[in-house]
Design a protein around this ligand. Structure first.
Ligand code: CA
Length: 423
């Protein structure tokens, strides 16, 4: 029995079928190492077909050795469910705000030119830079070509990383880079703004006009590249990302969620206001209400530019953090509502919670330990039947109620559903 199938058997024996599904698509680091020479041959063929020179194909790609630690990073599973409070408080810090203001002042003339050319306000460019690398303090030190080759030779996302590797090789040639200086995150993101090679090739710009596009060492190149990238992602000039809002006491939490945008006039009718009590207006601009920490936490309304931020990094937490950090850098105050002290669930606890909801007849999809839209929907349905505030958030109260709920209720519910179908 090879190590892969024994690992799989072990997982299934432990009842962790969801994890086994992920493991199914993975090779062991040993298998990746064994098949590495054939993989390099395949990638060299792809490189020649992609227009990479023979020298680079042989002398650089041909010399790459696998980095087993990259596969470890790629396979590592978080132990805890990330809460909004934990995420936000680590990222939107006074240090980042103050440093961001310094950088805004330092590059103010250049940033004004960028805003004129690309339509993206300076404080957003600074906020992205601050969140990605702490303004260049942490750009990653892993050799990009080796990292991408290792990931391209692993089954899990081979196609994506093979393409990124090709772009990295072409970038190396275009910018005449030393492969030892081409470094970044373990997943191949590079420089001040952590661009993947495809984004670097397509959108990076020479900001200081020295003829080179250097996202590792040149801050002006990095800022111009961020502006150009955001413009191409569809930034709407003249609009904010969103804002914190106040919800009325009797707010219908079933209206919340990014997949349910409504016009601002609709939200005004629902008595959603700015934090100072001012109206949101009555335009037909589409916006969604987010409650990332449940009804005890802050609420946000997000506009189309929020989707642009998510095209840079597809995480609602990230989008709110970029937007609010940008506002703070511009001079706005802190959130009006304090961040609630949320329970720290382990992934396993969240999976158990999801499994119980499924057993009770509230469909949350696969019990993957992730607090996604399907889980929120199932939680909301459960909360409604229990007379709890239906915010879809697994508060301590909700989790306890799920634990206590007897399973025979589920049978009753199934019978009711059957009856409603018959009637
Ligand atoms: Ca330059």
């Amino acid at each position: 029995m090879n190590s892969f199938s024994s690992f799989r058997t072990l997982l299934i024996a432990a009842g962790l079928t969801a994890m086994a599904n992920v493991a199914h698509a993975q090779q062991s680091p040993e298998v990746v190492a064994e098949t590495f020479p054939q993989c390099i041959e395949r990638l060299q063929l792809l490189a020649r077909n992609s227009g990479v020179s023979e020298n680079t194909t042989v002398d650089i790609l041909g010399q790459v050795r696998p980095l087993p630690k990259i596969l470890e990073y790629d396979r590592s599973q978080p132990e805890f469910v990330q809460t909004f409070t934990g995420y936000f408080s680590k990222r939107v810090t006074d240090w980042r705000m103050n440093k961001g203001r310094e950088k805004l002042a330092e590059h103010s003339d250049f940033l004004s030119k960028l805003t004129q050319e690309y339509g993206v306000p300076a404080h957003y460019l600074i906020a992205f830079w601050g969140l990605e690398t702490n303004f260049g303090n942490y750009k990653g030190k892993i050799p990009t070509i080796s990292a991408l080759t290792t990931l391209a030779c692993d089954q899990r996302r081979s196609g994506y990383f093979s393409q990124e590797l090709m772009q990295a090789l072409l970038l190396l040639e275009r910018e005449n880079l030393d492969p030892n200086e081409m470094i970044g995150s373990w997943a191949g993101a590079m420089g001040h703004t952590q661009f993947m090679p495809t984004a670097y090739m397509k959108y990076a710009k020479d900001g200081d006009g020295d003829g080179k596009v250097d996202l590792w060492n040149n801050e002006l190149d990095a800022l111009a590249s961020a502006a150009h990238f955001l413009q191409n992602l569809g930034w709407k000039t003249g609009f904010k990302w969103g804002r914190e809002v106040l919800l009325p006491e009797d707010f219908d939490y079933q209206l919340a969620g990014k997949s349910q945008p409504q016009s601002l006039s609709f939200w005004s009718q629902q008595k959603v206001t700015q934090v100072g009590g001012q109206t949101l207006g009555d335009s037909d601009l589409k916006a969604a209400v987010l409650i990332p920490a449940g009804h005890t936490g802050p609420a946000f309304i997000v506009y189309p530019n929020f989707d642009v931020i998510l095209r840079w990094n597809n995480s609602e937490y990230y989008g709110i953090a970029v937007g609010h950090l940008a506002d703070r850098i511009k001079g706005q105050g802190t959130l009006s509502k304090p961040l609630p002290d949320l329970p720290n669930y382990t992934i396993v606890e969240m999976q158990q919670f999801q499994e119980k909801l499924n057993q009770l007849g509230f469909d949350v999809g696969v019990a993957d330990g992730i607090l996604g839209p399907a889980t929120r929907k199932g939680v909301r349905a459960f909360q409604l039947t229990m007379g709890l505030i239906a915010d879809g958030y697994p508060s301590k109260e909700t989790v306890e109620a799920v634990k206590r709920a007897p399973l025979d209720k589920a049978e009753e519910k199934a019978v009711e559903e059957l009856q409603s179908v018959v009637n």
